[in-house]
Design a protein around this ligand. Structure first.
Ligand SMILES: [Zn+2]
Ligand SMILES: [Zn+2]
Length: 122
């Protein structure tokens, strides 16, 4: 707990500090969830929830694209492709809902236009 408070303080004072909360255990669990195609579960677990709050505070709940209010934490490098970067502060930025949709055009694609084969499985 004390270690966590220290890390939070460093992040508040030095906004460019690149802090990494990933541990071998968290990474192992995340890799398992990716394999099971259940990354959603990762976003419900404590490591992400704590990390997310820290990232939002670093960015003062402000979208880093349009500087309006934002409460979505976006991974610059996708969790599925770069799982070891999932809890690294330099790999995330706060976005608002509409800027986040622009970052992920794939999420907006109509269902029937999605490719039938999920290439990420291969
Ligand atoms: Zn925005
Ligand atoms: Zn995103």
């Amino acid at each position: 707990m004390l270690k966590y408070i220290g890390i939070v303080l460093i992040a508040m004072v030095n906004r460019s500090a690149d802090l990494d909360f990933m541990t071998p255990q968290i990474l192992q669990e995340l890799l398992k969830l990716i394999e099971e195609d259940n990354v959603k579960k990762f976003y419900k677990q404590k490591p992400w929830r704590t990390f997310r709050k820290l990232a939002l505070r670093r960015d003062r709940n402000t979208c880093q694209d349009c500087f309006r209010k934002g409460n979505t934490v976006h991974h610059k490098k996708k969790v599925k492709e770069f799982p070891h970067l999932a809890l690294r502060l330099s790999n995330v930025s706060t976005t608002c809902y509409s800027c986040h949709n622009k970052e992920h055009p794939e999420k907006l694609a109509p269902y029937n236009e999605r490719p039938f084969v999920n290439e990420e499985r291969w």
